[in-house]
Design a protein around this ligand. Sequence first.
Ligand code: DLL
Length: 437
Amino acid sequence: MEKRKYYQPEIETMPREELKKLQSEKLVKQVKHVYDNVAYYREKMDKMGVKPEDIHGIEDLHKLPFIEKSDLRDTYPDGMLAVPREEVVRIHSTSGTTGRRVIAYYTQHDIDLWEDCCARAIVAVGADKEDIIQVSYGYGLFTGGSGLHGGSHKVGCMTIPMSSGNTERQIQFMTDLGATVLCCTPSYAAYLGESLKEMGYTPDTIPLKAGIFGAEPWTASMRKSIEETLGIKAYDIYGLTEISGPGVSFECAEQGGMHVNEDHFIAEIINPETGEPLPYGEKGELVFTCLDKEAFPMLRYRTRDICVLNAEPCPCGRTHIRMSKPMGRSDDMMIIRGVNVFPSQIESVLLNEGFSPNYQIKLGRVNNNDTFDVYVELPAEQFDDSVKTIAEKERTLKDAMRNMLGIGPSVHLVPPKTIARSEGKAVRIIDERKLHD
Ligand code: DLL
């Protein structure tokens, strides 16, 4: 049987004029839905003097107000919910403190369209019904596991719901069942590759042929090294909880950027300082508008990811525009071992535990794995504490940080006034990982 090239060919290869018409029709309906059902956004629109009747199509998109992470914080937990609660079938959430955490709501329709997006990504890497997909993204509140799991079902692949961790068991299932596609973070893929190598597997004895890796930045050299160790072709996938999860965009065999699923999400690039929309080809902050999500329909959501959009036709035949890999962020969020971390979270743990917020975060990379160290100044009166007491304090801080972040750094207590003071903004983060090419 000949392999399919696309999961939903009529949509993925739709002529751009038709696609724009479809987007316009959906946008008009969506703005009305949000205006009628989300008081917070209605007030924002009213303040700007914009009514749903002013939105006739995508050419009017720029008239709408942005939604930022701070808006989601202000409306926590359900102030952005646009349907009655009984219509909701699931939630997912970003990592972070209560204040930072975002809860995304889904109706069955929202889950369906999200899984379709993931199915498109799976077919784009050359997988089909006969493939066996090992999903090693985390399951649970994180969107990675469920999203690709759902997509894999839609394509009809045998799905191994491994979740992350327990590397030995991962390798046992992968080799015993002959998994052909691996879905996980690139750093976990690199780690699995190293472990397989140590166990004596060579690329030709590993059954995998492709990997779908995302949720964190990774470089071209990391891609090359994963491909060589696992003997696969490695594909990028992008997404964020607020917009649905993985599959907002995905790479095709051409690997010249990630196709945005434009029948569901409009992508814009703006100047992060002024909010002014920028033309395709210019670098700026990526903004998404959900065209047909029901429960949590973000309009002009500022992702803080810095990217470039490319509307040139792709030789793969898909007509949807491509986004570059995110080249950085316009805020201070770090992604450490796949977990989103803000310095303010570290700061709040320090204050809770009675420390001053004189600290520095050092990020590095050993064997394609993130190292995460936090240096904290001891208050002067605790400086003479015994080594044992200091070690206990370090442990307490580590546990408190793990509780807050979901990952535990190595905590180092250092003598007072040893962390360099800066003249201007404190240098809180030293990131030596070189995550961007
Ligand atoms: O990371 C969803 C996801 C799961 C994507 C599995 C791909 C695969 P969040 O936890 O909400 O959602 O984090 C979203 O992660 O704004 C980017 O900064 C970053 N990110 C996601 N994918 C990529 C990627 C998921 N391929 C945030 N390359 C986003 C670089 C990525 N950064």
